[in-house]
Design a protein around this ligand. Sequence first.
Ligand code: DX5
Ligand code: ZN
Length: 222
Amino acid sequence: MPQQPVRIAPSILSADFARLGEEVRAIDAAGADYIHVDVMDGHFVPNLTIGPMVVKALRQHSAKVFDVHLMIAPVDPFLDAFAEAGSDIITVHAEAGPHLHRTLQRIKALGKKAGVSLNPATPAKMLDYVLEEVDLVLVMSVNPGFGGQSFIESQLRKIEALRKSIDKTGKTIDLQVDGGIDRTTAPRVIAAGADVLVAGTATFRGGSEAYAANIAALRGGA
Ligand code: DX5
Ligand code: ZN
């Protein structure tokens, strides 16, 4: 299906972890479309963040779409726990295991939307035989593991390629981009075909008073 309206998914990786519930309520009120949760295992990526218990605890703070980005390997043993915790979209990395198709089927069998993410070095064609199975494609525009990194320019070409492939399917598939998204890169990734923008640093800068304006600016409305 063609590009959908732009949606903003603040990454709570840049929130104040001592006040996570409050932060989730604040970005919900400020106009976030998805709540993006970055799950890291210290193995697939060189950082550790949060697990299903935290997702479950946050769930009561917002009715918005919980968009859970799993940067973990193996991933299959944890799918049920993240589904039960209240995830709406579960995104896994194509590089995280040998049986991506099986993993996506399992997410769908759990009644959740299935997303697949590509690291910067992974080609778009990795998805040729699974694209019709997914609800979301996530292009990593930084190497996953940390917030606050610089946007990798080559990923614009990958977004353009995936835009064409998604349009050809005729299906409703989100094309999400994650990493280094700010007021400068947002219009460029939208022009390339992205329709869901993940933003950590650019959402949470300036404190809660600034969240609504930050989100509106990324969407292109300010
Ligand atoms: C990186 C995470 C991102 C990250 C984005 O591994 O997947 O979601 O938080 O952070 P910014 O927007 O600061 O680049
Ligand atoms: Zn992420």
